[in-house]
Design a protein around this ligand. Structure first.
Ligand code: SAM
Length: 211
């Protein structure tokens, strides 16, 4: 069995994530510290995997993913509700959620599917809602371990920061943070589409593209 096949198992995926992050919970901690979501907001995570980010923002959490294995694990071990859906064709009515986010989804999708997924994420937020996208990008040189991990990643569409930023800018999202502190060896960028309440607790450490 190859490494990418092993990652299809939620327990192995969780183990890999914990080992690579050396036990740090950088994404979750960063989102909690910097993104303001009302505690009673209806929250959707698209591409939720095994549900690691369930409960990060609100108890009213719904996670959707394509993988039955991840969804079964999440339903048994994480708070919230889970359903199988394709990010590019969400089975929710318009305006169902106050906040929609995804972590690590875009690098699994080709450009057209990223655009379709973003259109769907915007469709299901109510007027005045917000969207947040967190994704790995090809790390800036000379991060050799990060580049090796990118080469081994199951996602076939890892992009440089500027490329992902351009794709998401076309959907109305802007760069909030170019690299979540503590993500090494990954480089993880955060983008916001903020049409409602003030979603940043404070401005991101690098709110503009510098490269
Ligand atoms: C890198 S994992 C991230 C999982 C989770 N967000 C996390 O941070 O642990 C990417 C997830 O996106 C899901 N995915 C890929 N393409 C998808 C699609 N078209 N619709 C929904 N989910 C998708 C995969 O099944 C996988 O669970």
């Amino acid at each position: 069995m190859y490494f990418p096949d092993l990652l299809k198992h939620p327990q192995f995926y969780n183990l890999k994530s914990t080992l690579l992050s050396c036990g740090r919970r950088s994404v979750r901690a960063y989102l909690r510290q910097t993104i303001a979501v009302p505690p009673d907001a209806r929250v959707l995570e698209v591409g939720c995997g095994a549900g690691r980010h369930a409960g990060t923002f609100s108890a009213r959490y719904v996670g959707v993913d394509l993988s039955w294995a991840y969804l079964s694990y999440a339903a048994a071990h994480r708070p919230g509700r889970f359903a199988r859906m394709d990010a590019t064709c969400l089975g929710f009515p318009d305006g169902k959620f106050e906040f929609v986010f995804c972590v690590g989804l875009c690098h699994h999708l080709p450009d057209a599917a990223v655009a379709a997924a973003m259109a769907e994420m915007k469709r299901v937020i109510r007027p005045g809602g917000n969207v947040c996208v967190v994704d790995a990008v090809v790390p800036a040189s000379p991060n050799v371990p990060g580049r090796v991990l990118c080469a081994l990643d199951r996602g076939e569409h890892l992009r440089p920061l500027e490329r992902l930023a351009a794709l998401l800018r076309a959907q109305g999202l802007r760069l909030h943070c170019a690299n979540i502190p503590g993500s090494f060896p990954y480089q993880r960028a955060v983008f916001l589409g903020a049409w409602g309440w003030r979603v940043e607790k404070h401005p991101g450490p690098r709110a503009a593209l510098t490269a």
